[in-house]
Write a protein that binds this ligand. Structure first.
Ligand code: ASP
Ligand code: MG
Length: 417
C-alpha cells in the first residue's frame, strides 16, 4: 500500500465524461488499497475564459479580485469530481486551497506556496477518504484567495505530495510521458523512462510544456518522485495499476537513474529575439545599467553574450528576450543610451533557441562539438551559444528550428535506442 497524489490537468477534466474517466483512474488506485489525494485543474479553456472576463470588466483590475474570479474554475472541477467519485461508491470530499489551508505569499496572480498543513488530509486518507483538492490556489496572508500563476496546479500537486509525504505524485495529462524531444517535430522521439530533476528543470524552462517550471523546482527541493502519465487511456488497461512500473516517465533523483545517457533530450523555444548593443563602453557598471532597467520592466532576459574588448574601451553586448517584449526592451534601452554609452541597437526577432540537455555532459568531452558539427553539415548558422554544466543552448534563425531539432536528435543517437 502506498500514498499517492494524482493530478489531472484541464484536458483530462474537460467535460463530465472526462471527469468520469478520471474518477475511474482514482477508483483503480483506491481499489488497490492506496491512500489517495487528487489535485485538479479547471476544465480546459475555462481559466482563459475567466481571465478574459476580468479584463473585459476592467483592464486595470485589482489582482485580489482577479484571483477571486480565476480560482473558481478549479472549485468547480473539485466539486464535480467529488460528486462523481461518490456516485461510484468512493468516499470523497472536495477541498479549496483556503480550507486545507495552503498558505501562500501575497503576490496575487503569481503567488508562491509558503506552507501547507497536510494533517487533516493525512487523517482523512487514513480513514479511507479521498481528498479532491482544487489546484492553482491557496490562501494569502491577507486572508484572501491567491492563485499560483498559469499552469500552477502542477505546483499545487507537488506541494501537496511533499506535505502529505506521498510516495509518488502522478501527473496525468494529455501526453503519455516526457519525450527526448517534441514528437510533433521529430516522430522518432522516444518516451523516456526516467529523467533527473535537474534535467527536467532545464527541459521545462527551455520550452518543454509538460510541467510548470516551478513544480519541477519544488519536486527537486523536496525530492518528490513525480510521474508523468496519460489520462487518455483506459483506466483499467493492463499495467495501468502497476505501482512499481506504470507506463509513463518518472522524474526522480539522478541516483535512481542507472543507465545515464550523455544527452537526454533536445528542447526548443520559439519566438526569441536578439538585441545587440554595439560599441558599449567597457567599464564597471555598464551591465547593471543595461539589465537593471530591463528587470524593473519585467522583461525576461535570457542568453547574454559579452565579448572581451580589443583595446579595453568598447565592446559588444548581445542578449535575447521574448519576441513579444522586443519593442518594450528597445524603448527601455534607448532611454538608457547616455548612461550606458553605446553606439547603436541592432535587433532581430523570430529566432529559435535549441538546447541539448543531459547530466552526462558533466563527465564527457566533445558534446558541444558534436552539435556544432551536425548543424554545420546542414548549413545552419549559429548566432549565439550559451552553456551550463548540463546544457548547451544555440540560437538560430527561426526557419531552421525544426531541422535543427531533428539534426541534433539524431546526432546524439536519441532516435536509435
Ligand atoms: N487552470 C490553471 C491554468 O489554466 C491552472 C492549471 O491548469 O494548472 O493556468
Ligand atoms: Mg498544465
Amino acid at each position: 500500500m502506498a500514498r499517492i497524489v494524482m493530478k489531472f490537468g484541464g484536458t483530462s477534466v474537460a467535460d463530465i465524461d472526462r471527469i468520469r474517466n478520471v474518477a475511474r483512474h482514482v477508483k483503480r488506485e483506491v481499489d488497490a488499497g492506496h491512500e489517495v489525494a487528487v489535485v485538479v485543474s479547471a476544465m480546459s479553456g475555462k481559466t482563459n475564459e475567466l481571465v478574459g472576463w476580468t479584463k473585459a470588466a476592467d483592464a486595470m483590475h485589482d489582482a485580489r479580485e482577479y484571483d477571486a474570479v480565476v480560482a473558481s474554475g478549479e472549485q468547480v472541477t473539485s466539486g464535480l469530481l467529488a460528486i462523481t467519485l461518490q456516485s461510484m461508491g468512493i468516499n470523497a470530499r472536495s477541498w479549496q486551497g483556503w480550507q486545507i489551508p495552503i498558505h501562500t505569499d501575497n503576490s496575487h496572480g503569481a503567488a508562491r506556496i509558503l506552507e501547507i498543513d497536510g494533517s487533516e488530509i493525512i487523517k482523512r486518507m487514513g480513514e479511507g477518504q479521498v481528498a479532491v483538492v482544487a489546484g492553482f490556489q491557496g490562501l494569502g496572508p491577507d486572508n484572501r484567495i491567491a492563485t499560483l500563476g498559469r499552469g500552477g496546479s502542477d505546483t499545487s500537486a507537488v506541494a501537496i505530495a511533499a506535505a502529505v509525504k506521498a510516495d509518488r505524485c502522478d501527473i496525468y495529462t494529455d501526453v503519455d510521458g516526457v519525450y527526448t524531444t517534441d514528437p510533433r517535430i521529430e516522430p522518432k522521439a522516444r518516451r523516456l523512462k526516467k529523467v533527473g530533476f535537474e534535467e527536467m528543470l532545464e527541459m521545462a524552462s527551455l520550452g518543454s510544456k509538460v510541467l510548470q517550471v516551478r513544480s519541477v523546482e519544488l519536486a527537486m527541493v523536496f525530492k518528490v518522485r513525480t510521474f508523468v502519465r496519460s489520462s487518455f487511456v483506459d483506466p483499467d488497461a493492463p499495467g495501468m495499476g502497476d505501482f512499481l512500473n506504470p507506463p509513463g516517465t518518472l522524474i526522480c533523483d539522478e541516483e535512481e537513474i542507472v543507465e545515464q545517457e550523455v544527452v537526454t533530450g533536445i528542447a526548443y523555444a520559439k519566438d526569441e529575439a536578439q538585441i545587440s548593443l554595439r560599441r558599449v563602453a567597457d567599464r564597471p557598471g555598464v551591465s547593471a545599467a543595461i539589465f537593471g532597467p530591463l528587470a524593473e520592466t519585467h522583461i525576461n532576459v535570457d542568453m547574454i553574450v559579452q565579448n572581451i574588448s580589443e583595446d579595453g574601451s568598447r565592446t559588444d553586448m548581445t542578449f535575447t528576450v521574448p519576441t513579444g517584449d522586443l519593442e518594450k526592451a528597445q524603448k527601455v534601452l534607448e532611454d538608457q543610451k547616455d548612461k550606458v554609452g553605446f553606439d547603436v541597437i541592432q535587433s532581430e526577432s523570430g529566432l529559435v533557441k535549441v538546447s541539448v540537455i543531459g547530466v552526462g555532459m558533466r563527465s564527457h568531452a566533445g558534446v558541444a562539438a558534436t552539435a556544432f558539427k551536425a548543424l554545420a553539415e546542414k548549413g545552419i548558422n549559429i548566432k549565439a551559444i550559451t552553456t551550463s554544466e548540463i546544457k548547451i543552448s544555440i540560437l538560430i534563425d527561426g526557419a531552421y528550428g525544426e531541422l535543427a531539432v531533428r539534426t541534433l536528435h539524431s546526432a546524439y543517437g536519441l532516435d536509435k535506442k
